[in-house]
Design a protein around this ligand. Structure first.
Ligand SMILES: [Zn+2]
Length: 439
């Protein structure tokens, strides 16, 4: 099968995966992955593979298969995607989010970038490997996880916790939210060059509750210890806090690459550098400091009753090395009447950048897009790589997509009118095809 046919198959699979509504509505609702996982299982069985299937929670299904490599002395690689998506409200969209339609050369639908196109690029290459009985350079574990959009509890985290043997011998992993292109003006002022952003680091997160307590009572009586007011004051203090900007190592490496290409130094002219990357801007801005966002609020039950407590949920994101200092600051800002309860906390990632796998990615990109460069960056958000990291696996975000310069790529993630150019999926499939023969 030639590489163009593999690319065409990836486009078809992307569209078919989008048509399964695998919306993850959270753990109060059952998962919706059964049909999509069944589709993947059928594809794999169709080429003679026998995947392992795990469904620890109803409707949350992960599918995993290992392909044996030529060199058993070498450590294995995990290539993984998630099958679930965040929900979409059809009325808000230009085209039905679960139709996988092609308009204007783009595949539309929830999961087009996050991350059914990458699932499809991986699958098309895996089907090819199985059909042609190709032996990759080393063991590759292909995994399609459930539940990534709710923190991976019943997907990657569960598999790592309960079946670490699936990943035995693996030391590196490749997945989403990296590998896409930005187009930079060159320093001579009359040209441009594409750079692909390889995600080598991720901020960590803590999902926490602020629990304010006070004096409950009748709504008609004076009350200077109102839990809701205390909560509101804590929220205001946290929200108004200015977190220090710091260029951590992966961010600094990105900016020095941009400096080399464009002649503009982010240390002295950050706004211009950010303006040069509209597609990646919000991802990169999110990697410049720690952040906190208020995401949920829960207080009171009746108009004439002051409640004894009030609760807010916050989403704290911290750069590599910042966890303890950040959470200490959040507790200080919360103040004496507001307890900070951390419900879920995951550490940041910072994977090595000077390794053969990264060199192979750069080689695969350069072969498919001559003159283009691979630059590292730190993702402001999180991927399933964080769970694999508990097994000592260094994770990278490399879902290669060649994008038009003006596409607001970061905004498509969890956004309305999520879509991906057909040519980008074809390009990414070719890059992965190359990478899998030299990884
Ligand atoms: Zn994703």
């Amino acid at each position: 099968m030639d590489v163009e046919s593999i690319a065409a198959e990836a486009v078809r699979i992307t569209r078919e995966l989008i048509r399964f509504d695998t919306s993850n509505h959270g753990h109060d609702h059952p998962g919706q992955d059964t049909q999509a996982a069944g589709y993947v299982i059928d594809l794999l069985r169709g080429v003679g593979l026998e995947p392992q299937v795990f469904e620890p929670d109803p409707g949350r299904v992960s599918v995993i298969v290992r392909i044996s490599g030529a060199d058993h002395q070498r450590d294995g690689l995990v290539l993984h995607g998630h099958l679930d998506v965040v929900p979409a409200v059809a009325q808000e969209w230009t085209h039905d989010p679960f139709s996988g339609e092609i308009h204007d050369g783009q595949i539309w639908g929830r999961g087009a970038v996050d991350m059914k196109s990458m699932d499809a690029m991986i699958l098309a290459n895996l089907l090819h490997i199985a059909r042609e009985k190709i032996v990759p350079p080393r063991d590759i574990v292909f995994a399609f996880f459930a539940d990534e959009e709710q923190g991976g509890t019943w997907g990657a985290a569960w598999c790592v916790e309960n079946h670490p043997e699936l990943f035995a011998g693996c030391t590196e992993a490749i997945s989403e939210v990296g590998g896409y292109s930005i187009t930079l003006p060159t320093r001579d002022g009359n040209g441009s060059r594409r750079a692909y952003l390889l995600q080598t680091a991720e901020r960590g997160f803590a999902w926490a509750r602020l629990r304010a307590t006070g004096r409950p009572g009748h709504g008609s009586l004076p009350n200077n210890a109102n839990a809701i007011v205390r909560l509101a004051e804590a929220i205001t203090r946290i929200n108004d806090h200015e977190w220090d900007r710091e260029f951590v190592a992966s961010v600094d490496a990105l900016f020095s690459g941009i400096h080399r290409i464009t002649g503009i130094d982010a240390h002295t002219d950050l706004p211009t550098v950010l303006d040069m990357m509209p597609g990646a801007r919000s991802f990169v801005e999110g990697s410049l400091r720690d952040t906190v966002n208020l995401t949920r609020l829960d207080a009171g039950f009746k108009n004439n009753v002051v409640p004894a407590e009030a609760m807010a949920h916050i989403d704290c994101r911290f750069l590599p090395g910042h966890r303890d200092a950040m959470m200490r600051t959040v507790r200080e800002l919360a103040g004496e009447h507001v307890e900070v309860i951390v419900d879920q906390q995951v550490d940041p990632l910072d994977s090595p950048r000077q390794v053969p796998l990264v060199a192979a990615m750069a080689e695969a990109i350069a072969a498919e897009d001559p003159g283009a460069e691979l630059l590292p960056y730190c993702l402001s958000a999180s991927t399933d790589n964080k769970h694999l990291a508990r097994l000592g696996i260094a994770g990278y975000g490399f879902a290669p997509l060649q994008l038009p310069p003006d596409l607001a790529f970061a905004e498509l993630f969890h956004g309305i009118d999520e879509r991906v150019p057909v040519t980008a999926v074809e390009f990414g499939t070719r890059v992965l095809h190359r990478l899998l023969s030299i990884c």
